[in-house]
Design a protein around this ligand. Structure first.
Ligand code: GUN
Ligand code: ZN
Length: 434
C-alpha cells in the first residue's frame, strides 16, 4: 500500500440500491468491523477488517468504537440565505415569504454579509454530516459568488444558483428576464464544473417569474451540459390556487415548468406535496426529481408528502431540509419527521429506505450517483462518523438494540448534529465534534 492511503476502521454501512426496487436485504452492505480505504480523496476499497488488514502493512488506521461510518448526507433542497430566519413563527408559505424571507434575502446585496452567512451555513451543514447540497442563493449574483468561494475553500461538492424572480416580490429583490439570464450565464461560466461545483438555474417558483423569464430560464437550462434546474412545486394549497390564476392556459402547476422546458434530468422540484397522478407520471417520464422536505412541510403546514405514490410512479426522490422553512439542518431529524409523515398516512418508512433517501437516493435524484452516495471504488470520499454514544439517551437505547436496523432506526429518530462525530469531504476531515 502506498502512503497516500488512509484507513478508517469502524462499523460501516452504505446503500447499494433503492429498497423499493430490490428489497431491503439487497439494498445495503454492512461490515460490523469494517475498513474504508481512501486514496487521493476517493474511495479505494471498503470491506471487512479481517480481509483488508493483511494488506495494510505500514498504513495508519484510524479506529472509531461504538460508531457507524456512512456516506455523507445529501440535502437536495436548502436556502443558505434563510439560515438566520430558521424557526420564524406563525405563518404558512405565502405570508412567511413576505414576512420573514424577502426582508432577510434583501441583505444579500452586500457580499460581505453573504460571505459571513455562507460560512455559518457550510459549517452547520458539515456539523450535521451533510457533504453535498442543492442550494438556493438570492437574486443577487454576489450571493452565489460568496457561496461558491466558501464551498471551494473546503473542496465540497455543492450545487447552487442565483434566484430568478421578476415579479410579485419587493423591488429590491427582483431582476428582469434579460438581467437574470445574463447574470446566471456569467455565474455558470465562472463556477459550473469548477472542481466539485455545479450550477443550478434557479427560478424561485412560478408565481415570481413571468412567462418571459421562465422561457429564458428554459433556454439557459438547455445551453450547458450537466446544468441543474432548481425550483419549488405544489407545496401549499394557496400557492397552487395562485398559480392556476396566473397561468390559466396551463394544465396544472408542473405544466407551467414543462411548457418552458424546465423539466428533465437534473431538474429538481422541492416539495410536490399536492401532485396529481398525471403530474407524477410526467415527472417520472422526464427524469425530473422531487425533494421531500419533511420538517418544512410540517412547520409551514403545507401537507403530507406521499413517498409511496412517488415510488409507484418511479419518480426520483431525494431528501431536503428546506432551511429556513425547514427547522433543522440535520438529515437525521428530517428522517425522524419523514417517518411521522408516513405514519400519519398509515404507511411505513423503513430504516434502510431512510438511509437510501439521505445518501444514494439523493445522489440518484441529482444524477451524481457516479460520484457520491455510497462507497463504490472511485467515488468521492465524502463520509461521516456517527457516534452511538452521542447522548446518554441514545447510548442507553443502543444498548437495548438487537439488530442493525433497530440501531439505524433509533439513530434516525434520536439523532441530530450531536450524533455526527466527524465529517470528511474528499478524504479530508472538515468537521470534528470534539
Ligand atoms: N416557495 C417559493 N419560495 C420559497 C421558499 O423560499 N421556501 C419555501 N419553502 N417555499 C418557497
Ligand atoms: Zn425551499
Amino acid at each position: 500500500m502506498t502512503n497516500n492511503v488512509n484507513a478508517y476502521r469502524s462499523a460501516i454501512l452504505h446503500s447499494l440500491a433503492d429498497p423499493a426496487e430490490v428489497g431491503i436485504e439487497a439494498s445495503y452492505q454492512y461490515f460490523e468491523d469494517g475498513i474504508l480505504l481512501v486514496e487521493n480523496g476517493q474511495v479505494l476499497e471498503v470491506g471487512a477488517a479481517s480481509e483488508l488488514l493483511p494488506k495494510l502493512q505500514g498504513v495508519e488506521i484510524r479506529e472509531y468504537r461504538d460508531a457507524l461510518i456512512t456516506p455523507g448526507f445529501i440535502d437536495t433542497h436548502i436556502h443558505y440565505p434563510q439560515t438566520g430566519i430558521i424557526a420564524s413563527y406563525g405563518e404558512q408559505l405565502l405570508d412567511w415569504l413576505n414576512t420573514y424571507t424577502f426582508p432577510a434575502e434583501g441583505a444579500f446585496a452586500d457580499k460581505a454579509h453573504a460571505a459571513d452567512v455562507a460560512g455559518i451555513f457550510l459549517k452547520e451543514l458539515l456539523r450535521n454530516g451533510t457533504t453535498t447540497a442543492l442550494v438556493f442563493g438570492t437574486v443577487h449574483k454576489q450571493s452565489v459568488d460568496a457561496f461558491f468561494e466558501a464551498a471551494q475553500a473546503l473542496n465540497l461538492r455543492m450545487i447552487a444558483g442565483k434566484v430568478l424572480m421578476d415579479r410579485h416580490a419587493p423591488d429590491f429583490l427582483t431582476d428582469t428576464p434579460e438581467s437574470g439570464y445574463a447574470d446566471s450565464k456569467e455565474l455558470i461560466e465562472r463556477w459550473h464544473g469548477k472542481g466539485r461545483l455545479h450550477y443550478a438555474v434557479t427560478p424561485r417558483f412560478a408565481p415570481t417569474s413571468s412567462d418571459a423569464q421562465l422561457e429564458l430560464a428554459g433556454k439557459l437550462f438547455g445551453e450547458y451540459p450537466d446544468l441543474y434546474m432548481h425550483t419549488h412545486l405544489s407545496e401549499n394549497k394557496a400557492e397552487i390556487a395562485w398559480v392556476k390564476e396566473l397561468f390559466p392556459a396551463r394544465k396544472g402547476y408542473l405544466d407551467v415548468y414543462d411548457h418552458h422546458k424546465l423539466t428533465g434530468p437534473r431538474a429538481v422540484f422541492a416539495h410536490g406535496v399536492h401532485l396529481c397522478d398525471d403530474e407524477c407520471k410526467r415527472l417520472a417520464e422526464t427524469g425530473s426529481a422531487l425533494s421531500f422536505c419533511p420538517t418544512s412541510n410540517l412547520f409551514l403546514g403545507s401537507g403530507l408528502f406521499d413517498l409511496e405514490k412517488m415510488e409507484q410512479h418511479g419518480v426520483r426522490v431525494g431528501l431536503g431540509t428546506d432551511v429556513g422553512g425547514g427547522t433543522s439542518f440535520s438529515q437525521l431529524q428530517s428522517l425522524n419527521e419523514a417517518y411521522k409523515i408516513m405514519q400519519l398516512q398509515g404507511k411505513k418508512l423503513s430504516p434502510m429506505k431512510s438511509l437510501y433517501l439521505a445518501t444514494l437516493g439523493g445522489a440518484r435524484s441529482l444524477y451524481l450517483d457516479d460520484r457520491i452516495g455510497n462507497f463504490q471504488t472511485g467515488k468521492d470520499a465524502d463520509f461521516i462518523v456517527l457516534d452511538y454514544n452521542a447522548t446518554p439517551l441514545l447510548s442507553y437505547r443502543m444498548q437495548q438494540a438487537r439488530s442493525l436496523e433497530e440501531r439505524l432506526f433509533a439513530l434516525t429518530i434520536l439523532g441530530d448534529d450531536r450524533t455526527v462525530k466527524e465529517t470528511f469531504a474528499a478524504g479530508r476531515s472538515v468537521h470534528q465534534r470534539d
